[in-house]
Ligand binder design. Structure first.
Ligand SMILES: [Zn+2]
Length: 430
């Protein structure tokens, strides 16, 4: 989007957020869209295999096309970065390698459960397919190409109530048996799943000179777009609010800042973060070490930096208030939540909580505190992993959300804009 981001209103911010979510069905697309926003704002793309000469400027670098770091160089580097983090991936269903399943005259595809989706919500939705394919080109080079069918292709149909009388009382999901989406009536013999992908590739990129698809990484997604709903349009509903909402907040904040800022958008948070692109991998540390001239400068830079790790927080659900500690249960549209767990499931500490609270007060925005019940396990996120890996002081914050990991999550339109305003202020403060 164009224009000065500091002039965004609540409405224009949330409209742009919806657009980002709708254009980003997978971590690949979330990274691609982020890159486009940054390139339009004058960021220079760096590639890890090249030799770098980093001066004063605005840079971005991605790894595996599914994670991204963008930064504006501090001068001097020992002043540290105002860092903000989020994750590009969301729980869901990925297509298995030997996808085709034909039987009873139907064509289905085999899926693998990725992360921890709320599986009941995947039934009876208009599902589409997106991701990346790895192709051999006519000139014998290889390319990773993004693919998005952008239309409903199939459905995971429920069993009728008449055939499962206990469904409303005892419904559980058998992951291997019940999650196969129905894509159509049996394909013509000899037509494979790869043939369908090749046809889509030709449709999407008529001028792409490719020989064949070698492999794919595809996810199913709900084709219905994210929307603003509510009597007074107070809610955002959509897939992947966890955590594209935070990716977008960080993107908008860094594109309105001029110096000392860094955002890191990691893949693979939903499966534990241990990968080349995850928070528990080397990506951020590799980039920061490369920017600094030696270990001394690196350590001083880390000691002067802070990370705001943004990932959605559970909001108090009106139908289930007993699930939360009511004195520490964020309410939708009453401000972003600072997530606190003294057993270090969240990285928030005394200092970072104080700094964030002060930042919010300077822009007159309310914040809430989240602490889970003592008898309920607490989730975790990229904050504690990044802070222990780098030694950077960190706070975990998030926009209060219902139905986290559902195919359609709910958050508040005020909270997304509130968190953007706080992080923008942080990235503008020396
Ligand atoms: Zn998350």
């Amino acid at each position: 989007m164009d224009g000065d981001c500091m002039k965004l209103t609540n409405h224009s911010f949330n409209e742009a957020l919806l657009n980002y979510i709708n254009q980003s069905p997978t971590a690949y697309h979330a990274t691609y869209e982020a890159k486009q926003i940054l390139l339009k704002k004058g960021y220079t793309e760096l590639f890890e295999k090249d030799s770098w000469k980093i001066g004063q400027g605005k840079y971005l670098v991605s790894r595996n096309d599914s994670s991204l770091i963008a930064f504006t160089t501090p001068s001097p580097l020992t002043d540290g970065f105002k860092m903000a983090g989020a994750h590009t991936d969301s729980p869901g269903l990925k297509i298995k390698p030997n996808a085709c399943k034909k039987g009873n005259n139907y064509f289905q595809v085999a899926v693998e459960v990725y992360g921890g989706p709320l599986l009941n919500t995947w039934f009876d939705r208009d599902l589409s397919l997106a991701g990346a394919v790895f192709v051999e080109m006519e000139d014998l080079t290889f390319q990773k190409v993004l693919i998005d069918f952008k239309r409903p292709l199939g459905i995971i149909a429920s069993l009728a109530i008449h055939l499962d009388r206990e469904a409303n009382d005892k419904k559980s999901v058998q992951k291997q048996k019940e999650l196969l989406p129905l894509l159509g009536i049996t394909l013509t013999p000899n037509v494979s799943f790869l043939d369908l992908l090749e046809a889509q590739l030709v449709k999407q990129y008529p001028n792409l000179k490719f020989k064949k698809i070698l492999d794919y990484d595809l996810s199913l997604f709900d084709e219905s777009p994210a929307k603003i709903i509510g009597i007074n349009e107070e809610f955002i509903v959509g897939a992947r609010l966890d955590n594209l909402l935070s990716c977008f907040i960080n993107l908008m904040a860094i594109t309105s800042s001029t110096t000392n800022s860094l955002i890191v958008l990691n893949d693979h948070e939903e499966c534990g973060s241990t990968s080349t692109t995850g928070a528990d991998g080397s990506f951020l540390k590799d980039i920061l070490l490369r920017i600094c001239k030696d270990q001394e400068e690196y350590q001083r830079m880390i000691a002067s930096s802070m990370l705001i790790s943004c990932d959605n927080a559970h909001a108090l659900h009106p139908n289930f208030p007993e699930k939360m500690d009511e004195a520490h249960a964020p309410i939708i549209n009453q401000g972003p939540a600072i997530k606190i767990n003294n057993n270090q499931r969240y990285a928030t500490n005394l200092e970072t909580s104080g700094i964030f609270t002060h930042l919010a007060q300077t822009v007159d925005i309310p914040v809430q505190k989240f602490s889970s019940r003592n008898d309920m396990p607490c989730g975790s996120t990229i904050g504690p992993i990044t802070s222990s890996l780098l030694g950077v002081k960190t706070i975990d914050v998030g926009v209060p959300t219902f139905a986290m990991h559902s195919i359609r999550e709910t958050a508040g339109i005020k909270d997304s804009f509130y968190l953007y305003q706080i992080i923008s202020k942080y990235m503008h403060t020396n």
